[in-house]
Design a binder for this molecule. Structure first.
Ligand code: ACO
Length: 403
């Protein structure tokens, strides 16, 4: 539906498009989405084709540099990621200042921004080599920051990155290895996690990516721009939805509500409740990412020899919603967040880290967009207008005149 109005404001003619539903903010060659057909392609490659041998590092390179890497390029990038995994000792001290209960997304955003303090030499906007170095550092260090945020919240000692391990096993190693090495040789877990990260890696002008571009349009550095992206992602209507999905499923599981009652509540606007993990601004038929994750979750649980009652509840909710005219009429289908949480939970990732994992996945997309924008000759600072609806003019009142 087109919801765009041209309004005569007090300062001229302005188009008003709440939530930018119909406003293109840029030209981009990174990700193609056809919401009606459920198509998602990274640099032209259908998302389904990444599922065979999911490799997040390769997908990251593709998004950022525009084509699949050669063998040497891939090895060079992977080596950079290994080389830069450590955090500066000064960065590590920051963790001690956060309370144990600090939300990991707050820590993630703060620490990514703090990278600006340790790598000012990488601020040079025009130099591709420096950009490559900044991108590799960021993609590598976000893992270490995420793992340390987790360890800090548990009061556990930090685990240094292991240069022998690849990207995903190293992340799991830094989170869980000591005192037990649980996952780092489990192919099924690493494969599923690689796929989860790939499916989150870019999604054109979503809220967090637009935020990165908005901040970057002022010529802010890559670290600062991506830190802002983390903040935008945090909200429950965006990346935070994967946490809300789990809370919804738990609520039903503990017997407070049946799936039918929950769906009824979600249809009632006054309840302020939504069926979390459902609906999307762009996908109006199905979200291919949700379909892929829906298929992976069964296989993973089987490989791990586990059952998860929350999966049955999710399936039941999906069944009910897909037959309900409310959801059919509004074209509301499961989105990427609907099944991702069940996969992360099966791997042992605590719920409060779910959105952090989304951020790790989305980072290559943010970086790609930041760089694309910087390369565009017509890059202007983002500066939307508004339609002012307040009082035209009002005299200043001294304190004694106010009542
Ligand atoms: N449950 C119940 N009703 C819903 C839902 C939902 N999940 N989503 C949308 N609706 C309804 C709205 O109430 C509205 O109804 P109305 O026409 O009677 O007023 C209609 O569908 C359109 O909804 P909008 O909020 O206008 O759609 P918008 O495109 O702005 O929002 C969004 C998309 C934020 C994803 C929304 O569907 C939502 O809140 N979903 C739940 C949260 C969620 O899963 N977020 C993750 C999105 S994917 C991602 O960010 C990675």
């Amino acid at each position: 539906a087109i919801d765009i109005r041209a309004l005569r404001s007090q300062t001229g003619l302005i188009t008003l498009d709440p939530g930018y539903g119909n406003t293109g903010s840029c030209e981009s060659a990174i990700t193609f989405i056809d919401g009606e057909q459920g198509i998602l392609r990274y640099r032209g490659i259908p998302i389904e084709q990444f599922a065979e041998q999911p490799n997040f590092v390769e997908a990251a390179w593709l998004l950022i540099f525009g084509r699949l890497p050669t063998h040497d390029e891939y090895r060079g990038f992977a080596a950079d990621l290994t080389r830069h995994a450590d955090l500066h000792e000064g960065m590590k001290h920051h963790f001690e200042g956060f309370p144990r209960s600090a939300p990991p997304m707050a820590i993630l955003s703060a620490m990514i921004n703090a990278l600006s303090c340790f790598h000012p030499e990488l601020f040079e906007l025009e130099d591709p080599e420096r950009f490559r170095m900044a991108a590799a550092r960021l993609i590598s260090k976000i893992r270490t920051i995420a793992a340390y945020a987790y360890r800090h919240s548990r009061g556990l000692p930090y685990i240094y990155p292991d240069p022998q391990l690849r990207y995903v096993p190293n992340l799991l190693h830094m989170m869980f290895s000591h005192p037990y090495r649980q996952w780092d040789c489990d192919e099924a877990v690493c494969e599923a996690l690689n796929l989860v990260l790939i499916l989150h890696a870019d999604h054109e002008q979503n809220c967090s990516t637009s935020t990165v571009r908005m901040v970057g349009s002022s010529r802010a550095n890559l670290f600062a721009s991506c830190a802002a992206g983390v903040c935008a992602l945090w909200g429950p209507l965006h990346g935070g939805a994967n946490v809300e999905v789990m809370q919804m499923l738990e609520q039903i599981h503990t017997g407070n509500l049946t799936a039918e009652e929950y769906v009824r509540l979600a249809k009632d606007r006054d309840s302020q409740v939504r069926l979390m993990g459902f609906g999307h601004r762009v996908y109006k038929n199905f979200d291919p990412r949700a379909q892929m994750l829906g298929r992976v979750v069964e296989g993973l649980l089987t490989r791990l020899g586990r059952e998860d009652p929350l999966l049955d509840i999710a399936r039941r909710l999906e069944e009910i919603a897909l037959e309900d005219p409310y959801f059919i009429d509004r074209k509301l289908y499961p989105n990427v967040d609907f099944y991702s949480g069940i996969i992360l939970r099966a791997i042992g990732i605590p719920t409060n880290m779910f959105t952090v994992f989304f951020a790790i996945g989305r980072l290559p997309g943010w970086i790609a967009h930041w760089w694309e924008q910087n390369q565009q000759l017509d890059n202007r600072i983002a500066r939307p207008r508004q339609v002012y609806v307040g009082e035209r003019e009002h005299a200043y009142l001294t304190m004694g005149q106010r009542f």
